[in-house]
Ligand binder design. Structure first.
Ligand SMILES: Nc1ncnc2c1ncn2[C@@H]1O[C@H](COP(=O)(O)OP(=O)(O)OP(=O)(O)O)[C@@H](O)[C@H]1O
Ligand SMILES: [Mg+2]
Length: 257
């Protein structure tokens, strides 16, 4: 469904992705791991057709996604309806006067007929019903994140790209999202650098190194057990333990965020 062939991407002279290759099949649950700045958000932006690689090819359902393909209005509409992207920062996605209009926006763009029913139904599922007439800018960070996710899922995309979706959520919100995603029967690609959460979000791990290439693609549980790979990815940290008469160091995989 999604294929990257020898993708290279740079911002000006900064090389962010180096020879990235992978293929994702329909309904796979992929977790994209890597330290800050490794290129996770950049990969999602390419998959969403927001930026284009300088070298290499990206195919969505065997169609090469480049500027020319997305200039075709008919294809652009289909692609935008099928591939949905939840940004790392929900504030950058919100722009409508009310929560209702925020959720309805894409439904109007995509010419849905049952807009009112869909908006109310998803608002109810996401605990946003009571805010429908309020300004989305007045919601809390976690509520904004839920609103952005509701605004995407309401048009039933086939691929959901989530960039650090748990960042603004409290523990009960994280639990809610994990259960919600588990029941979704679509292709999901989720970025995180939180290893303990990763296993709850998918079963295939795609791991970027600090050198911006892929160092692991496979079973996520196996990756998390592989200390050598974890160190290579920079996803473990070392710190000193100070006990009464003893000081020692070892690697940790626990997450502090
Ligand atoms: N528009 C831009 N112009 C220049 N450099 C950029 C731009 N966007 C991102 N970068 C740089 O590209 C690198 C990779 O960014 P990216 O956002 O893909 O990383 P990430 O893996 O998502 O990191 P994080 O875990 O912090 O979200 C970073 O060093 C970043 O500073
Ligand atoms: Mg990012």
């Amino acid at each position: 469904m999604i294929k990257f062939k020898h993708i290279y991407f740079s911002y000006e002279d900064k090389e962010i992705l180096k020879d990235i290759n992978f293929e994702i099949k329909e309904k796979e649950r992929v977790v994209l791991l890597g330290i800050n700045g490794s290129g996770k958000s950049t990969i999602l932006k390419i998959i969403n057709g927001l930026i284009f690689p300088q070298k290499g090819e990206y195919f969505y359902k065997d169609i090469r996604i480049d500027k020319k393909a997305l200039k075709n209005k008919e294809f652009n509409k289909i692609f935008r309806k099928e591939v949905a992207f939840l940004f790392q920062n929900p504030d950058s996605m919100i722009f409508n006067p009310t929560v209702y209009d925020e959720i309805a926006f894409s439904l109007r763009q995509f010419d849905f007929e049952d807009i009112d029913d869909r908006v109310k139904d998803i608002a109810d599922k996401f605990g946003l019903y009571k805010y429908l007439n309020d300004s989305p800018f007045h919601l809390s960070g976690g509520e904004k994140q839920k609103l952005c996710l509701a605004s995407l899922l309401v048009f039933e995309p086939k691929v959901l790209l989530l960039d650090e979706p748990t960042a603004n959520l409290d523990p009960s919100g994280v639990g809610w999202l994990i259960d919600f995603l588990y029941d979704l029967d679509i292709t999901t690609i989720i970025t995180t650098h939180n290893l303990s959460l990763a296993l709850e979000l998918g079963n295939r791990g795609l791991v970027l190194s600090k050198n911006h290439n892929i160092i692991y693609d496979g079973d996520l549980e196996e990756f998390i057990k592989d200390e050598r790979k974890l160190i290579e990815a920079g996803l473990v940290h070392i710190h000193k333990h100070r006990h009464k008469h003893l000081e020692h160091k070892h690697y940790h995989i626990h997450d502090w965020d």
